[in-house]
Design a protein around this ligand. Structure first.
Ligand code: ADP
Ligand code: MG
Length: 563
């Protein structure tokens, strides 16, 4: 070995290592899934680069992962012939965490091991999970296309630092040797490793091979070791829906989403005809830690005829569905496709609208068939979905149908009311959907604007999320019923008020003309108009906003922005 160097881990890595070792002990075995997942990604990357550079395969074109162990030495080895890493790649990838927002994420951990292990799982533990079971990890790697003299040896005990050295590595790819901790040596066992591969990595599309067990057989001399594939090794999305078990879908989700909680639901489809493609789309059950971070990864994994092309292809779904994870595999796109080409290709637009429909249908189905799961979905991603009416005019009504609101019906803060449920409860003569926006539920639920509605038993939606007023400015109707902000202008309850009632109101208004004029004179600079109102039952007066004026929430937002 030459050019040996000892380097310190980035602070975040040290923190993560410490937390992981102390909070994931009940889930130790995931290290194998993470390392096989990386090995499979490395094979995907090689296959992609070799599209333009055939020579990268050298004389070893069968991509695979090989898993072996040494019971005596207490080691487990994961080797792949994928893309490999250069010295700089190793320093960047196995010494730092590149994800944006990592420091904030780590700050938010509570110290409660059970809660933190959930969070760390969501964060995606990756390579460093090796240190849950190993007290020393050696990585031998050589990047495809580089000379065998440019191999790299990385080694660490998972504490403050790692060493890195240059050495000869004949085979392309990466070999990771885990020196198991005292107490974890039973991972160096054929049966155990095989069952973990089947449990977590069956869906991986490259073969994961292990040496054949030769128990009970007469040992012939000098017999070459024989490898066999332990997993199915076909791309999961190319299989028929009926042949794929739920657990396989779930594990595949964990592989592509870097999340280790189960997804809420998924939709797997093959489209044939003018455009041919398969898609497998998932709704996660937890928000990623960086959901509200602009640079957070979003988009689908794109394959063309089973060849991995790119992660985070964000041209296939609108922004308001950015929480969806999944794969799209096209038969029509060129293997040379790039982000720039995707942006211009009209075929992508029609795939985008079809995939958007699929997602909305999947959510409708979830709401209908598994309302509890839908509640989880709404709590987790409802705020993102609320961007839909503004972004996606062609699906406005479909998105509106998926929204959930608090209302005067249950009179609680929980957002559980669907517009369809509201329509069903509408009484004789009501032809509008009434709503009230405000900053806090405790404030809107006592609003004097609600008095007349409570008296007449008319349900009003209560909207208190920051985004609501902006969203409502894009929603004018649902199933031909107009939305009406009950704080605006002259409230006309239309059919809901009998002729007699109306007449009586007009009479009252006439007898109060003097009073109205006096109030108007006194408040000339403060208000535009003063009217006798019938919307109050207990309160003496209420301020309303003109029909075409900016709403209160929007005013506050503009004010905060210094306008
Ligand atoms: P992630 O897989 O989410 O990127 P990991 O911590 O699992 O995060 O891995 C960090 C990075 O290390 C990977 O993105 C990749 O660049 C590199 N890496 C890890 N394992 C391998 C491997 N077997 N071959 C090549 N690169 C690898
Ligand atoms: Mg990984």
């Amino acid at each position: 070995e030459t050019q040996s160097q000892t380097l310190g881990f980035q602070t975040e890595v040290k923190q993560l290592l410490h937390l992981m070792i102390h909070s994931l002990y009940s889930n130790k075995e995931i290290f194998l899934r993470e390392l096989i997942s990386n090995a499979s990604d490395a094979c995907d990357k090689l296959r992609f680069q070799a599209l333009h550079q055939d020579g990268l395969y050298e004389d070893d074109p069968q991509l695979k992962v090989r898993l072996s162990f040494d019971q005596q030495a207490g080691t487990v080895t994961i080797a792949d012939n994928g893309i490999g890493m250069s010295r700089q790649d190793v320093i960047d990838n196995l010494g730092t965490i590149a994800k944006s927002g990592t420091a904030d994420f780590l700050k938010n951990l509570s110290g409660d091991q059970r809660k933190d292990s959930q969070l760390i799982g969501q964060f995606g533990v990756g390579f460093y999970s090796a240190f849950i079971v190993a007290d020393k990890v050696d990585v031998f790697t050589r990047k495809a296309g580089l000379d065998s003299s440019e191999g790299v040896h990385w080694s660490s005990q998972g504490e403050g630092d790692f060493t890195i050295a240059t050495l000869d590595v004949a085979e392309r790819g990466t070999r990771i040797v885990l020196h198991l901790k005292e107490g974890e040596k039973d991972f160096a066992n054929s049966w155990k490793l095989r069952s973990l591969v089947r449990k977590y990595s069956d869906h991986i599309s490259v073969p994961v091979e292990m040496l054949k067990d030769n128990f009970g057989e007469e040992q012939e001399e000098e017999k070459a070791p024989e490898w066999e594939s332990v997993n199915k090794a076909t791309a999961l999305w190319t299989r028929n829906r009926s042949e794929v078990k739920d657990e396989e879908y779930t594990e595949f989700y964990k592989h592509i989403a870097h999340d280790y909680t189960d997804p809420l639901t998924w939709s797997h489809n093959k489209v044939e005809g003018k455009l041919e493609y398969s898609s497998l789309l998932y709704v996660p059950s937890q928000a990623p830690f960086d959901l509200w971070n602009r640079e957070a990864p979003k988009g689908l994994k794109l394959y063309v005829q089973r060849v991995f092309i790119m992660d985070q292809a964000d041209q296939f779904l609108p922004l308001y569905l950015r929480f969806i994870k999944g794969v799209v595999d096209s038969s029509d796109l060129s293997l040379n496709v790039s982000r720039e080409i995707l942006q211009k290709d009209p075929a992508i637009d029609s795939m985008k609208s079809a995939l958007t429909k699929r997602v909305l249908d999947m959510l409708e189905k979830l709401a209908k068939n598994e309302p509890e799961k839908y509640t989880t979905f709404w709590k987790t991603f409802g705020q993102v979905l609320k961007e839909g009416p503004a972004e996606d005019t062609s699906n406005r009504e479909k998105v509106a149908g998926l929204l959930r609101f608090a209302s005067t019906h249950a009179n609680t803060e929980d957002q559980t009311v669907a517009l369809d449920a509201y329509l069903e409860r509408m009484g004789e003569g009501q032809d509008k959907i009434y709503y009230l926006t405000g900053e806090r539920f405790s404030q809107v639920k006592n609003s004097p604007h609600l008095e007349v509605f409570r008296k007449k038993g008319i349900e009003v939606l209560l909207l208190t999320d920051r985004i609501d007023e902006w969203m409502m400015s894009y929603l004018s109707e649902y199933k031909d019923k107009a939305f009406v902000d009950i704080t605006r202008g002259d409230l006309d309850l239309g059919q809901l008020e009998g002729e007699d009632e109306k007449k009586a109101q007009e009479e009252v208004a006439k007898t109060r003309e003097d009073l109205v004029k006096r109030i108007k004179d006194a408040l000339t600079d403060q208000v535009e108009e003063v009217r006798v109102s019938h919307r109050l039952t207990d309160s003496p007066a209420v301020l309303v906003i003109g029909d075409n004026d900016m709403g209160m929430q929007m005013r506050k937002i503009m004010e905060a922005a210094g306008q």
